[in-house]
Ligand binder design. Structure first.
Ligand code: MRU
Length: 355
């Protein structure tokens, strides 16, 4: 994506240093942070300087490389993988990236491990960009057909941020949007604010703005009305973990959008790279749903008139709070999965066939 016109990736290796864009201060500040140690990489994921399933995975691969710089032993390799795996529970990309990294490095002698790990992490970052571009091409066909059928501006609704900021570049759900924009398809995106952390308001609105994609920010509860009014032609979201039968786990609130879409005959598509598909789970029931800090619900962060970033309390002190970070959209509500190998129906057979 471009930041003030200059193309960037969310995670970059610069002169041997791993650098990430701190997403906790966007859209108000563009701050890059350097990750020097395994602790830094764990903090980057747990504290959400980086977030989004594919980016979490790639950051973890860099985290292993940083851990091995200090100590390339078998014990440290195991320790690094365990610590990184414990940072966030829901997105399967984290486990996927760590399993691949560990398998590869176990076959490398300790003195060569740190360098090999860094090369592998860079490859994984490059691979993520290619996967997203492939999903963009597959999704473009879909958006193009919908746009042709409609004949006027195509209205897409998205939830959370499955964009450039959730990946190394290009995004998953946004990849078809950027591809459609590049193909001069007239489109407009409804951006759900996505309480409690407001990834839609802070991140998706920001990156679509940087890319000059027409968009409108809405509160999470507005989507149903817009669908009833015929103002949404397609819903396009990402996924943190999709199971072997096509059940989709994604940011809390996704399920309610899928229900409204189903009720209004609006197609509901999920951009799902194979790295987000967990074929070891038959269905959603065993997916661990992250319970996040209650402060995310009782407080809201934003920029004060003074320009400083501030957190303000919106709920009475001491209110009981629950804060599940993700929900499940059952396969029956999903029209299709946009993968890097084509758009498929969310069925066991179709999913097995792309592996
Ligand atoms: O809690 P987050 O911000 O990491 O949640 C991100 C999402 O839910 C995304 O939709 C998902 O990771 C897919 S990203 C391509």
């Amino acid at each position: 994506v471009r930041i003030d016109g200059t193309p960037h990736r969310t995670i970059e290796l610069l002169d041997g240093h791993v650098r990430v864009l701190d997403q906790t201060v966007l859209p108000h500040q563009v701050q890059w942070r350097t990750l020097n140690t395994l602790d830094d990489a764990c903090a980057a994921i747990a504290d959400m300087w980086v977030r989004g399933a594919p980016l979490i995975g790639v950051t973890a691969a860099f985290g292993v490389a940083l851990g091995l710089r200090a100590d390339p032993s078998d014990a440290q390799l195991a320790h690094a993988c365990e610590r990184l795996l414990a940072t966030r529970p829901t997105a399967i990309n984290l486990a996927w990236a760590l399993a691949r990294t560990r398998t590869l490095l176990e076959g490398v002698a300790p003195p060569a491990r740190a360098a090999a790990a860094l090369v592998f992490a860079v490859q994984m970052a490059d691979e993520d960009v290619l996967i997203n571009r492939a999903m963009g091409i597959c999704g473009l066909q879909l958006l193009s057909a919908l746009a042709q059928k409609k004949g006027t501006v195509l209205n897409i609704l998205t939830h959370c941020n499955a964009g450039w900021l959730a990946t190394v570049d290009r995004g998953t759900a946004t990849a078809p949007i950027y591809a459609a924009r590049d193909a001069y398809i007239d489109l407009h995106v409804w951006v759900d604010e996505t309480r409690p952390r407001n990834q839609g308001a802070s991140l998706t609105a920001w990156e679509l703005g940087q890319e000059q994609v027409p968009h409108t920010l809405i509160v999470d509860n507005a989507g149903g009305l817009l669908m009833q009014q015929g103002k949404v032609d397609v819903v396009l979201v990402g996924t943190d973990r999709t199971t072997a039968n096509g059940d989709v786990c994604n940011k809390i609130g996704t399920y309610l959008k899928a229900l409204a879409a189903f009720d209004n005959g609006v197609p509901f598509y999920v951009a799902a790279p194979r790295s987000s598909i967990d074929r070891s789970l038959d269905d959603y029931r065993a997916i661990p749903i992250e319970e996040r800090s209650h402060r995310e619900v009782t407080h809201v962060q934003g920029r004060a008139v003074s320009g400083a970033l501030e957190s303000v309390q919106i709920a009475p002190s001491g209110t009981a709070v629950a804060n599940p970070g993700f929900d499940i959209t059952p396969a029956r509500l999903v029209t299709g999965l946009i993968t890097e190998r084509g758009v498929i129906v969310p069925s066991r057979a179709a999913i097995a066939a792309i592996f």
